[in-house]
Design a protein. Structure first.
Length: 283
């Protein structure tokens, strides 16, 4: 989001009252991803928000992953024209990537949990509080504007997931995060992720749990940054991939999600499917 005009985002000060991600939201338990040994010393406690949770990578000052429940039957997305972002008081500011990295450049504060995804509930007030919670900097990652706004990239995938949940009254759980690679290039003291992943879980009409993985790259949009302000514009790519591939890239334990991935039941591991249009974004 690139708006600079403050709006009436009201953060609920009672963080103890937030339920966070519900692992029992779908037909079978689907727990949070398990951080691998390499990240264990840098992982924050689960930060619970309204209808979603975030686990931070303290040293990278970015989310290791997010997890959100979406109830299409109770969706109440509010309309907004601008935004205002907040640090989470439960973490030191040094463990969050704040406004400085996004100022006067093509970087967006890319929502990991999309603002409309947790905006559901029995009342407008509940949905509004969940929507506002997505404006914590813990839920933002530096994304090139062309990547964040690309209809066949980040926003296209998000629109497809939420559109199906709304239209079909589905219950969906979504896990999202950056691939925090050791060789990510630094910019204003923050190493910029080149890839982002998303794992979408839903119960199909036959009652079976189905989980699909996606991997999206902004690498071609980020130059090697020999100077602080250098960016390049170029091609970017999105793929549907086996969830196991996301585990290999991130080190996260996603065994229940892997077990429900249709790709796992194929005799040979399929090659990634490149996503070139919204209709290619298959769940």
């Amino acid at each position: 989001m690139r708006g600079e005009i403050p709006e009436a985002v009201a953060i609920d000060p009672d963080y103890a009252g937030r339920g966070g991600y519900d692992p029992a939201f779908l037909a079978r338990p689907l727990p949070l991803p398990v951080p691998g040994p390499a990240a264990a010393a840098d992982v924050s406690a689960e930060l619970r928000y309204h209808h979603f949770s975030i686990v931070m990578h303290r040293r990278r000052a970015l989310a290791l992953f997010t997890a959100v429940n979406i109830d299409g039957k109770q969706s109440r997305p509010p309309e907004r024209t601008s935004d205002r972002w907040f640090l989470d008081p439960r973490l030191p500011a040094s463990e969050q990537t704040g406004e400085d990295v996004y100022r006067d450049n093509p970087l967006d504060r890319g929502h990991l949990v999309r603002r409309r995804d947790p905006a559901w509930g029995a009342t407008d007030a509940i949905a509004e509080a969940a929507n506002d919670d997505t404006f914590h900097f813990t839920n933002a990652a530096p994304q090139h504007h062309e990547f964040n706004a690309g209809r066949t990239l980040w926003v296209g995938l998000e629109d497809y997931v939420l559109g199906n949940a709304d239209t079909l009254d589905l219950e969906v759980s979504v896990f999202t995060g950056p691939v925090l690679a050791a060789d990510d290039d630094a910019y204003r003291g923050v190493r910029l992720p080149r890839q982002f992943w998303k794992v979408v879980a839903m119960v199909k009409v036959d009652g079976a749990l189905s989980v699909t993985g996606y991997l999206l790259s902004q690498a071609a949009l980020l130059d090697e940054l020999p100077a602080e302000e250098a960016f390049s514009y170029g091609a970017y790519r999105a793929f549907q991939v086996p969830v196991r591939r996301i585990t290999q890239l991130t080190g996260l334990g996603l065994e229940p999600q892997i077990a429900a991935d249709p790709f796992e039941r194929l005799e040979a591991a399929p090659l990634p499917r490149e996503v070139t249009a919204p209709e290619d974004l298959l769940l």
